[in-house]
Write a protein that binds this ligand. Structure first.
Ligand SMILES: Nc1nc2c(ncn2[C@@H]2O[C@H](COP(=O)(O)OP(=O)(O)O)[C@@H](O)[C@H]2O)c(=O)[nH]1
Ligand SMILES: [Mg+2]
Ligand SMILES: [Zn+2]
Length: 330
């Protein structure tokens, strides 16, 4: 599916992903859901494959999914993009990149099952982009970090190399980072509106929807609006990957349940003291771990509530069955 469009989604045929085809509308049910082969119903998202025929529209299983936690008393996750191969974590060099935000988006990216790549934009606006990239690389463990500038075409070839036929890339990052500008540069023409002044002078244009852009070479790019304070979906494995250094230290603490708050034999405290681990990095990890734990608890509450509702329904149906259809009571 290419994008959502008021109760419908726009889809392209599998053989029409060359950037030269017009998408067609497929209507959804009233709740905006479609059936899956497993009998449940899900909201389709950008990057999803739908099997469309006269009888039904069926959502195909996802290989990867970028999901975020939605606000609310009980947890629900929302899929931001599906079947992606690479998550471009886009952050500007000017103003200064925010390391905590990059760590948050890397956790989101690792959780998706796709490979994250960090893209630092606006290299033309700072005197030492490489030095800044090295600082970011120090917190983006095992992740490629690219610096780019669209006006000077700097660093873009490294990203073009990722656009192999069939590959799907999604750009995430704060509003104003330059995601849409990057998508346009990689597409070779303007497909997304960017934050520059609008021709009619009515302020800035920012991306408000997620959209899949099929490229002439056979790759696909998904642009997203700036995701504000995205909830990290509980995933200890993703956190351990993003913060492999912290996880490794924690595993070396004397007590397995060490809170790293002054206990004897705390490897994290030792690393802080020696300067091997930055206080900022530890705080960032703590914050995300706390959010993940909170999210996991809410998700438990939701699962229990769903299970209860399911049993209520089954019990009711069973009782109705015992009475028999339409048989008068008493
Ligand atoms: N100097 C410079 N400006 C850029 C670059 N990339 C994007 N911009 C500007 O940054 C602003 C926000 O870009 P936009 O692509 O809309 O950001 P988005 O919200 O992440 O999609 C626009 O005014 C762009 O022209 C870059 O590499 N260099
Ligand atoms: Mg945009
Ligand atoms: Zn410890």
């Amino acid at each position: 599916m290419v994008r959502a469009d008021k109760g419908a989604v726009l889809v392209l045929p599998a053989d029409g992903l060359d950037g030269a085809h017009e998408p067609r509308r497929v209507t959804l049910d009233r709740d905006g859901l479609v059936a899956t082969d497993h009998g449940d119903r899900l909201a389709p998202t950008v990057g999803d494959w739908l099997r469309v025929d006269d009888a039904a529209t069926v959502l195909q299983p996802r290989t990867t999914a970028l999901v975020r936690d939605t606000a609310g008393a009980t947890s629900r996750v929302q899929a931001l993009a599906a079947n992606i191969d690479i998550v471009l974590v886009v952050e500007h060099l000017d103003p200064d990149p925010q390391l905590g935000r990059i760590e948050r988006l890397l956790t989101l990216a690792w959780r998706s099952g796709a490979t994250p790549v960090v893209v630092l934009t606006k290299a033309d606006l700072v005197p030492d982009p490489d030095g800044m990239a090295a600082e970011v690389a120090a917190v983006a463990l095992a992740v490629d970090v690219h610096t780019v500038s669209v006006p000077t075409d700097q660093g873009l070839d490294a990203l073009r190399a990722l656009l192999v036929p069939g590959a799907t890339l999604v750009a995430v990052g704060p509003s104003g980072a330059g995601k849409s500008t990057l998508v346009n540069a990689l597409a070779g023409h303007d497909v997304m509106e960017t934050g520059g002044r609008r021709a009619d002078g009515r302020g800035r244009h920012t991306t408000t929807h997620r959209e899949l852009v099929p490229l002439a070479g056979g790759a696909m790019l998904i642009d997203t609006p700036g995701i504000r304070g995205v909830g990290v979906v509980a995933d200890a494995a993703a956190l351990d990957t993003t913060f492999a250094d912290v996880a490794e230290l924690a595993a070396a603490c004397r007590f397995a349940d060490c809170h790293h708050a002054g206990e004897p034999g705390c490897a994290i405290q030792a690393a802080l003291d020696s300067g091997e681990l930055a206080e900022r990095r530890l705080d960032s990890w703590r914050r995300l771990a706390k959010e993940a734990a909170y999210q996991a608890r809410r998700s438990d509450v939701r699962l229990r509530a769903e299970e209860r509702d399911r049993w209520k329904k089954i019990t009711k149906e069973y009782q109705r069955g015992m009475r028999g259809p339409g048989r008068p009571r008493g």
